[in-house]
Design a protein around this ligand. Structure first.
Ligand SMILES: [Zn+2]
Length: 223
């Protein structure tokens, strides 16, 4: 690999030429405006490239990514992205996407010391501790993926409880919040169905979502 990363510039030129050939004027049209309908909040993991997974082109998906796809109430970075997406771009859907075998979730579950990121992953540990009783009933080999799904439910709920989304709902703007999980092993997205389009939807959708995770991982109280 060269120091100036020439190979990436080469591949960029090839990509831009192919885009322009397929859709002449593609880039000049995008110059005018971006009108994405979706905001994707996903993990920074290199194996989960947002646009590619859903086959969307530049201009079609607004994206925010961080380690373990967290939406922390005081994270001005995530909140600024959500605000711009909802208030300015008027996206119709906000989708929190976790993925199986997430390294951040794995470290949080095990309490592995990694470094500075431990403080960030403390938020995932809060989710772990909140659902400790459920997770204890999940077979150990499946616990990471169970916590991945619980984390998506919590973060989707956090999106719903931002002032941004609450205000949008209060003024009658249509915004639907979703929670999905991506399977690294098969490349498929799955809807965890914590789908909320109004404040009253949030708690029932969240509770049903947690119950589904418990059932799926054999951890429901009757099971
Ligand atoms: Zn991850």
């Amino acid at each position: 690999m060269s120091h100036d990363l020439k190979e990436l510039f080469d591949s960029n030129r090839t990509w831009a030429a192919a885009m322009e050939q397929r859709q002449p004027g593609f880039f000049t049209r995008l110059l005018g405006q971006q009108t994405p309908q979706y905001l994707w909040i996903g993990c920074a993991d290199s194996r989960v490239p947002a646009n590619d997974l859903v086959g969307l082109l530049p201009g079609e998906l607004f994206v925010h990514r961080n380690v373990a796809n967290l939406v922390v109430h005081t994270d001005l970075n995530a909140l600024s992205v959500i605000q711009f997406a909802v208030d300015a771009l008027k996206v119709q859907h906000v989708i929190v996407v976790g993925h199986s075998q997430c390294g951040g979730v794995k470290a949080a579950l095990a309490g592995t010391r990694v470094g500075l990121v431990d403080n960030w992953l403390r938020h995932v540990q809060d989710v772990r501790d909140q659902h400790a009783a459920l997770l204890e009933r999940v077979p150990e080999a499946l616990r990471v993926d169970a916590l991945v799904e619980l984390n998506v439910l919590e973060q989707a709920r956090n999106v719903c409880h931002t002032t941004i989304v609450k205000d949008a709902w209060a003024r009658g703007q249509s915004v639907v919040v979703h929670g999905w999980v991506y399977g690294l092993h098969n490349g498929l997205l799955e809807d965890l169905r914590i789908t909320a389009g109004a404040l009253d939807d949030v708690w029932p959708a969240y509770q049903a979502g947690v119950a589904r995770v418990a059932r799926r991982y054999g951890a429901d109280l009757e099971g």
